[in-house]
Design a binder for this molecule. Sequence first.
Ligand SMILES: NC(=O)c1ccc[n+]([C@@H]2O[C@H](COP(=O)([O-])OP(=O)(O)OC[C@H]3O[C@@H](n4cnc5c(N)ncnc54)[C@H](OP(=O)(O)O)[C@@H]3O)[C@@H](O)[C@H]2O)c1
Length: 283
Amino acid sequence: MESIKTFTLKNGIKIPAIGYGTYKITNPQECIDSVKSALNLGYRHLDTAFIYGNEEFVGQGFKESGLKREDVFITSKVWNTERGYEKTLKAFSETLKKLDCDYLDLYLIHWPAVSAKYSDYNELNLSSWKALENLYKDGLVKAIGVSNFTVPHLKPLLDCEIKPMVNQIEFHPGYLQEETVKLSLENDVLVEAWSPLGRGRLMDNPILQDMAKKYGVSIANICISFCLSHNIIPLVKSAHVERMADNLKGLNLVLKEEDIKKLDAIGGNLGWSGQDPEKIDFA
Ligand SMILES: NC(=O)c1ccc[n+]([C@@H]2O[C@H](COP(=O)([O-])OP(=O)(O)OC[C@H]3O[C@@H](n4cnc5c(N)ncnc54)[C@H](OP(=O)(O)O)[C@@H]3O)[C@@H](O)[C@H]2O)c1
């Protein structure tokens, strides 16, 4: 089996260039089987979170795959109810127990605390971050980062002793979050794309449909290659083995510059995107 391409984080850790997303796979056996199938097909990067309610099953799927721990990159995230130094440390230890691992490859703050909800939002984010810095120093996690941090939330962390290595955000044709991506990449914060297929909704887009026909590939392949063309790692979820396999093919597809521009120009008018952390009611 061809080994998966990798990106390198600012601390030298290698991260596989496509991740297998597990959001909404909550049925225990389905989750175990999906993770096993993904690993069997060649995925080496699993994305979960405390709030997905499936860390235990992701861990079990990994174990049943028979792969070595060092050959699979595992990410989880601390949920919004667990912000602050002590609570974050405790949440991490529960996550590790559920996954039944000795360490994580990447631990993220799932959503920033925001000014719309907390007058001390910045202190709160910094105190969660301090916990991640200490977990990193203790060797319990190989890399640390954030998720859904836009410019005002990310900037203060760029002055910390250990800077975020990853920012996981929604990214796909039609929703590019240019300012956040620019600030992240300029500071060597690797960007990961959640919902790289727009949670499946991009399948109906006529521009993508035409492009898929032109290249003789699936729309999902176009979306995955589009992320990579921006140096962004797609985290893609499917509960179907044939789709998981097809999605891996996106890694080897190279889009022409003119087509990347066409996809860039789809713009943010799709209506359903954009969970702005300042506006959502669960941040
Ligand atoms: N940090 C965050 O706040 C955050 C938020 C959301 C997601 N995430 C992460 O990002 C991952 C991916 O995002 P996502 O699950 O929202 O959306 P996504 O990967 O963009 O889309 C998943 C949807 O697309 C369908 N699909 C997958 N491959 C396909 C293919 N080849 N052809 C047609 N349809 C296909 C899937 O259906 P089937 O499963 O039925 O095949 C599913 O309905 C998540 O699983 C999670 O790990 C993180």
